[in-house]
Design a protein. Structure first.
Length: 302
């Protein structure tokens, strides 16, 4: 369950066989991996329990960064004790997964390994996975008929962050415009997403006005099942705003755009200390949301 380590895999047979894996979150016996193949991003949670390594949750199209360690889904046993040739188990789709070798020779671009070989035989073909001690998955080969696709570990980058390009939106009251600045944000394993984003939002670029005041904090931030985002801020967001209705309206638009863009949604539910947003100029009902609209925003040049 390593942290701050990027695994880079080179592919053959398919453009999406190339991918990176990065640990977003870990616990004592769990790891949440972000799998990025350039076309989409998959979140995968793997847990070690009762002599089994089990994929407990997975989700596609996860461009945001949330802690899913406590989420559950359809489980898939990746490895099972005893780690000896012939150990086999049946997956829920009827496929049979078997340890077929405990000292397979596997060459990668960087290192040659003696690896554990696990073969899965299913209705649509055969998959062979190779695991190396203290490293993890080093190669996977998919075969169906005469076609074959493989992904092979090419490098392991230690003590590195996950870097995301995040758009932060800011008002310019004098010109009645909304600007945005794209920032490269570094997340290390187990960093709390809301805290990293809040810190970055408090930093205001030249030519823009602030959205988050010095003491504004994000109490909670998460994606709902219906695709909307829930954003709860502390009271300082209101007490330190000191804005007229026009400026406040621009600030709310910037909030909607920033968090809507990050979560790929146009609905942001804003609350203050758990209650619907209410100020001297605006009062929202329970569940009422801000509408993200990126169409008229201009990028700051510096």
């Amino acid at each position: 369950m390593v942290e701050n380590t990027r695994y880079v895999y080179q592919g053959e047979g398919n453009e999406y066989a190339f991918y990176d894996a990065y640990p977003d979150f870990t616990s004592k016996n769990q790891i949440q991996l972000r799998i990025d193949n350039g076309g989409t991003i998959l979140t995968m949670v793997i847990a070690l329990s009762d002599g089994k390594l089990v994929q407990t949750y997975s989700s596609g199209e996860t461009y945001d960064r949330e802690n899913d360690l406590n989420k559950t889904g359809e489980e898939e046993v990746l490895l099972a004790e005893p780690i000896v040739r012939g150990t086999a188990w049946t997956l829920k789709d009827g496929s049979t997964r078997t340890i077929t070798d405990t000292s397979a020779s596997v060459s990668t671009p960087s290192v040659d390994y003696d690896a554990l070989e696990v073969t899965t035989q299913g209705a649509n073909g055969t998959t062979i996975q190779y695991y190396a001690k203290a490293i993890g998955l080093i190669k996977i080969v998919y075969g169906s008929g005469e076609s074959q696709i493989s992904s092979t570990l090419s490098s392991v980058e230690k003590d590195v962050p996950l870097t995301q390009n995040v758009r932060f939106f800011y008002p310019n009251v004098d010109q009645d415009k909304i600007y945005y600045k794209e920032k490269k944000i570094n997340f290390y394993t187990n960093d709390v997403t809301k805290d990293v984003i809040a810190k970055a939002y408090r930093e205001v670029p030249n030519g823009a006005a602030n959205v988050f005041s010095e003491n504004t904090e994000i109490n909670s931030l998460f994606l709902n099942d219906d695709g909307s985002v829930s954003l709860d801020l502390n009271q300082a967001f209101l007490t330190e705003m000191n804005a007229g209705s026009g400026y406040e309206s621009a600030i709310l638009k910037c909030l909607a755009n920033t968090f809507g863009d990050y979560y790929h949604t146009d609905k942001v539910i804003l609350t203050i200390e758990g209650s619907p947003y209410s100020s001297g100029h605006f009062k929202f009902k329970e569940g009422e949301f801000l509408q993200a609209d990126l169409s008229n925003a201009e990028q700051l040049s510096k």
